[in-house]
Design a protein around this ligand. Sequence first.
Ligand code: TRP
Length: 358
Amino acid sequence: MEAKKDIVLSGIRATGQLHLGNYYGALSKFVRMQEEGKYENFFFVADFHALTTNPDPEALHANVKSIIAEYLAAGLDPEKSTIFVQSDVPEIPEMYLLLNMHVGIGELMRTASFKDKARKMLGIGADAEQSDDNIEREIIGNNSNKRVNAGLLTYPSLMAVDILIHKAKYVPVGKDQEQHLEMTRRFARRFNAFYGVELFPEPQNFDFGGAPVKVPGLDGSGKMGKSEGNCIYLLDDEKTLSKKVMRAVTDGGPQEPNSPMTEPIKNLFTLLKLVSEPEVVKHFSDAYADCSIRYGDLKKQIAEDILKVTLPIRERILAIQNDDAYIARVLRQGAERARASASATLREMRQIMGIRPF
Ligand code: TRP
């Protein structure tokens, strides 16, 4: 019998177009795992998760479509990977109900991502001197018309279900998802121990070794995110992209040889290292060290080299987005395969929990 391949699964929340951070942090890794050829791969768009922050229905639908097109354009291949939309798998909400019977509201309320988003929903500043205890009291005692929805609270249960329903072993995700993954392992262990079974393996994060890629934003601080001006989208056209890079925050320039770099300049060099050849990086590093650097030239180079990566992908995204029949075909096939795998796990889970046919 052929040995079963280890299962790889990951997803991206459908909250907007993908940016360079999503590309280097997630999508390019998905493609690489697919190309290794030694895993069974599941990659999906998490639209239920996007609903936890109440997006506009039109925007949600458009975002699902663009992420699917972006997956395909970046090289995910429906013949090699199961590519699907979370909401096309009705086994997921059913298992979410079952798993929630073994998840504590306390542990959910203590989740970092929940507290952050709950703070935002209640209009409490993230920087406020609020202790975590106060946040919990704030949520429970809140009687304004602002609401922290139950879907947001159970975000980690739903994510655990995405993973456990396919018995995934490897889940390539960024550092910000580490706590959710840890919770998934805990839920898996707990379920197995409670029923004395070995249904769920404990999933691990995955990277290919080397330092984790952190794609910085263009506004001089932090990582690339969706905030305006900080972010380069795979779908940005040449003009938009160049303009954004040329406007990136810099400083007054090095005043003496071998000065340390300020944060915004470090960020530009991080981008340069991601997209440019080593000789090019060396050229600009040397120029910085001997104070001959011109930030305009540096930015021009970065923009040019980013475009080499993104423009071909952009062309493919646009073509795929125009082909609704192709997208529908890919998703129909993906849903079918995802459901086959999901329903097998759900059947076992129901049986174990005592939900059995007569
Ligand atoms: N929470 C993930 C994020 O925001 C998206 C996600 C949902 C996910 N379910 C998942 C990632 C399952 C990996 C596996 O990026």
